[in-house]
Design a protein around this ligand. Structure first.
Ligand code: 5GP
Length: 145
């Protein structure tokens, strides 16, 4: 799939924003939704997506909408750190299939890193995590906001 292509309004994150498929939500405001990744690379792997934009990736994102988005990413990353006390945090996103992107609505990953614990390899693959465990993590992170 090319880096630049029309936005597909039926991608899974757009469906989550419309409430058509479930999400284990951490926090939602006027601009963003933060929720648990169901194929987490580590405990607390969180995704943050912008609302009200049809942006497949960072390159598509209207510049004037970036500030509230990145502000929310920082707020969630701080809450993940406070709630789960990892040794480090990866904050990242992929642009285009060639770069590893699999869902084509802009999203930022917040991935806690725990020294001595290997992260799950790859992303978006394998068995989904236990939903109750993800729910508990979401509650912990939300409480740290
Ligand atoms: P990308 O590969 O596009 O950077 O990241 C997409 C992310 O979405 C992956 O980390 C993958 O685990 C996650 N993901 C895929 N399907 C679902 C889903 O149905 N629900 C949630 N919460 N995350 C998903």
């Amino acid at each position: 799939m090319p880096l630049h292509a029309p936005y597909d309004p039926d991608n899974i994150f757009a469906k989550m924003l419309r409430g058509e498929i479930p999400a284990i939500k951490i926090h939602e405001d006027d601009h963003t939704l933060a929720f648990m990744d169901i194929f987490p690379q580590s405990d607390g792997h969180t995704l943050i997506i912008p609302k009200h934009v049809e942006a497949r990736n960072l390159l598509d994102m209207p510049t004037e909408t970036l500030a509230p988005f990145i502000t929310s990413v920082q707020r969630i990353a701080r809450a993940v750190e406070k709630a789960l006390t990892p040794d480090g945090l990866i904050v990242t996103q992929f642009n285009g299939e060639a770069a590893g992107q699999t869902v084509f609505h802009l999203h930022m990953h917040v991935i806690p890193v725990y020294t001595g614990q290997p992260r799950r390899r790859g992303h978006g693959t394998g068995e989904p995590a236990d939903m109750d465990a993800l729910g508990k993590l979401a509650t912990q992170i939300a409480a740290a906001l």
